[in-house]
Design a protein around this ligand. Structure first.
Ligand code: ADP
Ligand code: MG
Length: 616
């Protein structure tokens, strides 16, 4: 028999190997961006066309390559990052396998331009299906630009496996986040089809989170820190009330490398066990610094998996870090953020527990945390108006049409002081609103007490406000620093398009981005504290439920649905002032009695009922 074994030609071997490293445009994004960061870039620009099918380009201002290195970089196992097997155990760069560029060049048309510091000209290489078409000197700024065109041009089967543009773009944005988050000292921008979707400036970790996820995250996250002999843990976790119904905002980085670990996710979820419902997922961006000798990142070419020598211990530490973060938040959420520098200088998470001022009162949010609070604070600290509500909500329509300012002022001047309560100390004790089970607000009044449902009452307030805003056009919107992309199902996208004019009147600025995606440029100012992307989901859900019932006009249904989704939720802990404001605003409504969905906003109990209950 004749011999049948042959060595595969390089081009084919590379193509096959490429399958492992390059599955989709997002894989190219990951590899090129990692290389840019490894090359000490201070600014990295990612350009995408057609969901990466026609173009993925990364431009950096890093070290650049010499003409020879540039040529070498496309060879298999060509790397400048490790020299010996020992280096593998002290790895600090993202790359080390030396197979990314070789793989990319095997399945696409690549144009590289690179120039090193101090050189007058750079070098350009065009390579296609592993074959170098040309190399010549070129004009180029310092750094490297790699443009990858027509991915899988020579592997149609793979090309056909790519998903819709939306899905591929989502993967690309995921990779962009996974590199941009752990490198807040580097500027990144992402340009999709000529539209600058993200542009994040160098800064600290908190600033990076806010730049990527939205301004609102500034109030939604708490820092965590835990220092042990084995591992340093730092980062930010979401406050429980900002947990989302969808997964996707959980990030774990080990030595600044994004990893996937159900095990460690579990360690964090477990810490939230008692504070969020099972169907919600908390936000977290967790960084671990660990001696590279104690981990093995060489498990899979994508390097998303990782093995720890001391897995159990790491689990315990991560869980403890999250628990401590949460505990400190619920005891004293007023953090002194100036002291976060410790872990904003990434890698030195040091300093434990200094961020918390135990003397500051619990749950004292800043004003901006609660933009819905009344603008008119005429209540004097001592004398509460609560005792007079009884009269207030009995008032006629004329009263109702007056502004809250007028009414509050009037109340202070004209209404008789409470005569029921004789003793000053006692009075002070009964005058404040109290929150029960983070759902209800109990408030004593002259004849007994009222219990409000916080979600229902806020819905009633927002419903009237939104109706008013839609007819007056006086919305208060809040520009997002960076527009946010949302993907909807085809059906929801239809609905969104239908209600876009109404919802944009409310202070949203949402534009139709084609396919099923939309870009949110701003939100109404009064939904700041809540969870915006959840709001859109809930909003559409509500709208669907309300549509076709026939009781509400489209406009009313929009107001009602948004009121429902934007209203403070059960479980939200409120300060006395916040409760006070809610109560005031409720009684300034035309209809303070019920939420637009018919639910009562409050129930009144007479003091006699209590007396009766205590009878022998
Ligand atoms: P690895 O990153 O594992 O070393 P790659 O195939 O991604 O392998 O890159 C090969 C080599 O090319 C790198 O080791 C590096 O020396 C060089 N290189 C790649 N991209 C860049 C870049 N953007 N700037 C400077 N050098 C780069
Ligand atoms: Mg690399």
């Amino acid at each position: 028999m004749s011999d049948v074994i042959q060595l595969l030609p390089d081009a084919i071997a590379n193509q096959i190997a490429a399958g492992e490293v390059i599955q989709r445009p997002a894989s190219i994004v990951k590899e090129l961006m990692e290389n840019a960061v490894d090359a000490n870039a201070s600014s990295v620009k990612l350009i995408i066309k057609n969901a990466g099918r026609t173009l993925v380009q990364v431009i950096d201002d890093g070290d650049g390559m010499s003409p020879t290195d540039a040529r070498m970089s496309f060879q298999k196992h060509a790397t400048s990052k490790i020299k010996s097997i020992d280096d593998l155990f002290a790895i600090v760069t993202k790359g080390f396998r030396g197979e990314a560029l070789a793989s990319i060049a095997a399945v696409a048309q690549v144009e590289l331009k690179s120039k090193q510091e101090g050189e007058t000209v750079g070098t350009q290489i065009n390579i296609e299906g592993s074959i170098i078409e040309k190399q010549e000197p070129c004009q180029a700024p310092k750094g490297t630009s790699i443009a990858v065109k027509n991915i899988f041009f020579n592997v149609p089967a793979r090309r056909n496996f790519l998903k819709s543009d939306n899905v591929e773009t989502k993967h690309i944005i995921d990779e962009f986040f996974r590199i941009a988050l752990p490198h807040p000292e580097v500027a990144f921008s992402l340009i999709i089809n000529d539209y600058e979707t993200y542009h994040v400036k160098p800064g600290n970790l908190r600033q990076r989170i806010v730049a990527l996820f939205g301004d609102n995250y500034n109030n939604r996250v708490v820092p965590i820190q835990e220092e042990t002999d084995v591992v340093s843990i730092g980062g930010f976790i979401g406050k429980p009330d900002s947990a989302k119904k969808t997964r996707g905002e959980q990030y774990i980085f080990v030595n600044r490398r994004f990893i996937k670990s159900n095990y460690l996710n579990h360690a964090i979820f477990k810490a939230y066990e008692d504070v969020i419902t099972k169907d919600r997922f908390p936000f977290f961006v967790l960084f671990m610094d660990i001696d590279p000798a104690k981990i093995d990142i060489n498990v899979h070419p994508s390097k998303h998996e990782i093995k720890f020598d001391e897995e159990r211990l790491v689990y315990t530490f991560v869980n403890a870090a999250a628990r401590h973060g949460l505990a400190q938040y619920s005891v004293t959420p007023t953090l002194d953020f100036d002291q976060e520098d410790a872990f904003n200088q990434m890698g030195t998470f040091g300093q434990k527990d200094k961020n918390f001022d135990l003397n500051k009162s619990a749950m004292s949010f800043s004003k901006t945390d609660f933009p819905f609070t009344a603008k008119n604070k005429n209540q004097s600290g001592d004398k509460s108006n609560l005792d007079n509500w009884q009269e207030l909500y009995k008032t006629n329509n004329e009263e109702n049409s007056k502004s809250l300012v007028q009414r509050t002022t009037q109340m202070n001047q004209e209404l008789p002081l409470d005569e029921d309560v004789q003793h000053k100390e006692y009075k002070e004790k009964v005058s404040g609103p109290y929150q029960i089970h983070a759902r209800f607000i109990l408030s004593p009044i002259k004849s007994g007490y009222i219990i409000f449902d916080q979600h229902a009452m806020h819905q009633a307030i927002l419903f009237e406000r939104y109706l008013h805003v839609m007819s007056s056009g006086n919305n208060l919107s809040q520009q997002q620093l960076f527009p946010q992309n949302i993907e909807l199902s085809a059906q929801d996208a239809e609905i969104m398009r239908e209600i876009l004019p109404e919802i944009n009147k409310l202070g949203f600025e949402i534009s139709d981005f084609g396919a099923n995606s939309f870009v949110i440029h701003s939100y109404p100012a009064d939904i700041d504290y809540a969870n915006e992307s959840q709001i859109i989901d809930d909003f559409i859900e509500q709208f669907k439920m309300g549509a076709g019932i026939g009781k509400f006009s489209k406009r009313e249904n929009v107001a009602k649905s948004l009121a429902y989704s934007a209203a403070i939720k059960p479980g939200k802990i409120l300060s006395t002032q916040e409760m006070q404001n809610l109560i005031d605003e409720l009684f300034a409504c035309q209809n303070p009695m019920t939420a637009p969905n018919g639910r009562k906003t409050f129930v009144k109990y007479a003091i006699q009922d209590l007396d009766k209950a205590f009878e022998k």
